[in-house]
Design a protein around this ligand. Structure first.
Ligand code: FAD
Ligand code: SF4
Length: 511
């Protein structure tokens, strides 16, 4: 039966069982489309990375003797719309059966479902064979539980997959979680190896995107585009991480520094989210490297890394499928403000934000704590609308795909889901930023000051936020200590802090 198999840009799973056999009756279809470049304004490097990786994947399929129909963005035949393109391919190739892999984004899932409902030929959806949990495992696991605590989910995953376990019940190293050891500030040592340099020729893709008039954000330097876009390059980045960065990954996971964008982070999120690397192969490679180098690498570095992938990544995906589509409308704290312009330019005197945003515009990357405790923290403290916040995060990062972006942004960072992901809001004054980075050293504002003109804006914003959102946190036990400090605060002092905070909120671009 003549069959079309459709592959989305984030379904580049080289190990999928679809490709085990060749079949003359099967044609694979892939397309670069305006539908995908335009649903949000993406970083230029993100568009380039996806198109380049899709092309490498299509080339590989062809080299494996599969028949491939590939529409580049500038292909005359390209209708730029998923449904229109699929109809065209089905007609042109006299397709009798349509097959696809289950999308990870709700929007595409709906679109493909509706498309299949309309078709008169046979259709079949396949698993992407990528995740370690199904769409519904998360819901089943938390059935009947009051709170969906990540730690329990993670422990269950460790047991289920027998990862770093002594026996059925007990974790290796005597603890499930070594988070407490992962809190060091980086002060110039140990030396951080330069990020893995990946060779890519992206000049023609960049030209094509420019000629097509696709609106993008951020910057790209053609000969400095180092994101991996082939499976081989992804494996190189993974091996580079094991050899050079794993040894200090956990220690400096939360650290930030003006001169170092990546510190000891793996830069593997794009490789995994595009599915070029399987999460289990990443986990197993890292653990195997550690087992061969146990005298040099502490368990805390490895457990911290495994937790992010086996725990947080799968947890976020489960939460997404459990809570969508409602999740994308949640705004539990009723925040309504707009993003200041400096989020698109990096042009602010607040040194932490200037660095985190400029770096994001230049590299399409910021590590977790920069996203959570610098940009996300400021957005929450200034009470920006979660829609605007989501749009920014979904556009700017190389790894931003809705299932993992929205749960991190609306959930973990903005508390817009009312505490489904995070048990308390991730907000802080300047002192946390000063503790974990060198940003404050050269800042115009003084981190030690609170309400004066030269005071760090985060300090007043923090107390203003707690005061304005009192009602939301009055029953949250994890907020008890901060709320009781707020309640004991001298009224005149609080008023001065609030005045300062309101001035920042009214005109963030002035700061
Ligand atoms: P490392 O620090 O080396 O961690 C290893 C891997 O663990 C990552 O590659 C990633 O796959 C996984 N991981 C770590 N933290 C998380 C997490 N919280 N949720 C899911 N997986 C995690 N991650 C995305 O992949 N896409 C996003 O769009 C995204 N948006 C985010 C938005 C906000 C506001 C926040 C706070 C976090 C977001 N994250 C997102 C999670 C995390 O910041 C990135 O996965 C990480 O920075 C990617 O860099 P890395 O590969 O060097 O990660
Ligand atoms: Fe950021 Fe405040 Fe530190 Fe400046 S002083 S870098 S604004 S935390």
């Amino acid at each position: 039966m003549k069959t079309a198999r459709f592959i989305l840009g984030d379904q580049l799973n080289y190990q999928h069982s679809w490709y085990n056999d060749t079949n003359d009756e099967v044609v694979y279809f892939m397309a670069e489309m305006r539908q995908e470049t335009d649903y949000v304004k993406h970083h230029i490097q993100k568009v380039v990375a996806f198109f380049k990786s899709m092309r490498s994947f299509a080339e590989w399929l062809e080299s494996e003797q599969h028949e491939v129909v590939y529409y580049t963005l500038d292909d005359e035949k390209n209708q730029q719309d998923l449904v229109a393109n699929l109809k065209q391919v089905i007609k042109e190739h006299k397709i009798e059966k349509f097959e696809y892999q289950l999308p990870d984004e709700y929007r595409l899932d709906e679109q493909l479902n509706a498309f299949c409902d309309e078709l008169t030929i046979e259709t079949e959806a396949f698993d992407t064979e990528h995740f370690l949990t199904s769409r519904t495992d998360f819901t089943d696991f938390f059935e009947g539980k009051k709170q969906m605590v990540m730690e329990y989910f993670y422990r269950n995953m460790r047991k289920k997959y027998d990862i770093m376990m002594l026996n059925d019940k007990n974790p290796e190293g005597g603890k499930w979680n070594f988070d407490q050891s992962n809190r060091k500030k980086w002060k110039g040592a140990p030396e951080i190896p330069i990020e893995k340099q990946v060779k890519n020729d992206v000049s023609s893709i960049c030209k094509m995107i420019e000629n097509a008039g696709v609106e993008t954000i951020g910057n790209i330097t053609i000969n400095k585009f180092h994101w991996p876009t082939t499976r081989e390059a992804c494996l190189d980045v993974l091996n580079y991480f094991c050899k050079n960065l794993l040894v200090h990954f956990g220690d400096f996971q939360d650290a930030m520094h003006t001169d170092e964008q990546y510190l000891f982070h793996s830069r593997l999120s794009f490789a995994m989210n595009s599915k070029m690397l399987h999460p289990m192969e990443v986990i197993e490679t890292v653990i195997s490297y550690w087992r061969n180098h146990q005298e040099a690498i502490a368990i805390s570095q490895v457990e911290g890394f495994v937790r992010q992938i086996l725990g947080w990544r799968e947890y976020m995906r489960g939460m997404y499928w459990k809570e969508m589509p409602n999740y994308r409308t949640l705004n539990a704290l009723n925040n309504t403000n707009s993003l200041p312009d400096f989020f698109w330019t990096g042009n602010t005197k607040m040194n932490c934000l200037k660095h985190a945003i400029s770096q994001s515009l230049d590299t399409a990357y910021a590590h977790h704590i920069q996203r959570l405790m610098i940009t996300g923290n400021f957005m929450l403290l200034t009470q920006m609308h979660p829609d605007a916040v989501d749009e920014w995060y979904l556009g700017i990062y190389i790894d931003a795909i809705e299932w993992v972006e929205i749960t991190n942004t609306r959930g973990m960072s903005q508390f817009a889901d009312g505490g489904l992901v995070a048990t308390k809001p991730y907000v802080s004054s300047g002192s946390y930023i000063n503790k974990m980075s060198n940003y404050c050293k050269d800042c115009v504002y003084k981190v030690s000051k609170k309400e004066t003109e030269d005071a760090c804006p985060f300090n007043s914003l923090y107390w203003n936020f707690l005061d304005e959102k009192r009602e939301h946190f009055k029953d949250n036990q994890r907020m008890n200590m901060m709320m009781s400090l707020l309640n004991k605060m001298d009224a005149t002092k609080l008023e001065a802090l609030k005045n300062r905070a309101q001035a920042v909120i009214a005109n963030p671009d002035n700061y």
